[in-house]
Design a protein. Sequence first.
Length: 431
Amino acid sequence: MATIVGGFATSHTPTIGFAVDTNKQNDPVWAPIFKGYEPVQKWLKQQAPDVIFYIFNDHMTSFFMDHYSQFALGVGAEFPVADEGGGARQLPPLQGHPALAEHIAKCLVADEFDLSYFQNKGLDHGCFSPMSLLFPEHKQGWPTRIIPFQVGVLMAPSPNASRCYKLGKALRRALQSYPGDLKIAIAGTGGLSHQVHGERCGFNNTPWDMEFMDRLASDPEGLTRYTIAQLAELGGMEGAEVVMWLMMRGALSEKVEKTHQTYYLPSMTPIASLILEERSNEQPAESTDAFLRRVNHELEGIEKLQGTYPFTIGRSVAAFRLNHFLHELIHPTHRKAFLEDPESSFTQAGLTEQEKDLVRRRDWRGMIHYGVIFFMLEKLGAVIGTTNLHIYAAMKGMTLEDFQKTRNAQVLYSVAGKEAGKTDWDKQQSK
């Protein structure tokens, strides 16, 4: 079973990444940043976690207000550095752990936490800024995998302290029930007191920061009773993101020992870190077998439905490249490139030979077996000028005429819009 080796918290200000990238280790103003993180570096090296469950918030980089989630779980195999405006930092991508991520998702949903899932998104300074200091050897490759967990703290209404703490407790149960032999560290990031907008810009409250870090170990439930407005009053509006420290705390045992703490306030945001080590081992009332039965309850027996393939996180990760290629057909430039020179568009997208062959042959059933979700087939059909009914018939292994006989009305339709020629089949049908 998986083991939680402990938790750590860290600020994620871009100040940290800037100091790393510009080699400020020996500058007297910047040196305290590097010195303060040495115990965390040492602890991570000693614990050697296989995976870090990394709680952070994106800064309207990859998660914009056009689709903003409260809780977004990174389920992909790889996470690159996001470009935040001046070019992406020269850091290798972080490797994910899709199997553990899918297990966590199933467990949290069973405990009534509704999540969104993401892959193929860059991570901004909320993730990479502290990671580049925590692992000085990162240029040779990261020594651990990561499961990024994005919390939507920038747009109200946002998850409150109590909700984040409870999610942490559910996360603990999920991790403890994972059957793989993994060592997992929990990271809570953000804060501490700061405000970066409005006339209150530049606000800090060091006494509150110290109180918060002390109570995080000894009185986390007391901290959950603060509202977002109260946290903003005490620590600045952006400082209210400390709810993510509470999520990390919730994932640890009831009794912890704070074995490291550092705090340095050079400019706008305190650069703080701490380590919490577990000092108790409470066992849940619900056995692991009972918990997993509850987790798997909703899809139990689905495998008995012949010709049915639930689109799971696992399938979405395995077939992401092909699904993404087909999804991009919603963009006119990609459609045009595909129709004019499909082989070049395949190569540009990095499709495998198997994936190319599936699309070339319009192997609708084969694509479903491979892991393509039906609604990508629907888009491909619209682009090439075929109907949903043709696709349905092919998946059944029937001619269109024979499949139509099983329907109440012999109609044809597709999701094609206004592009010329895409619904010519309708004219032929009318004749």
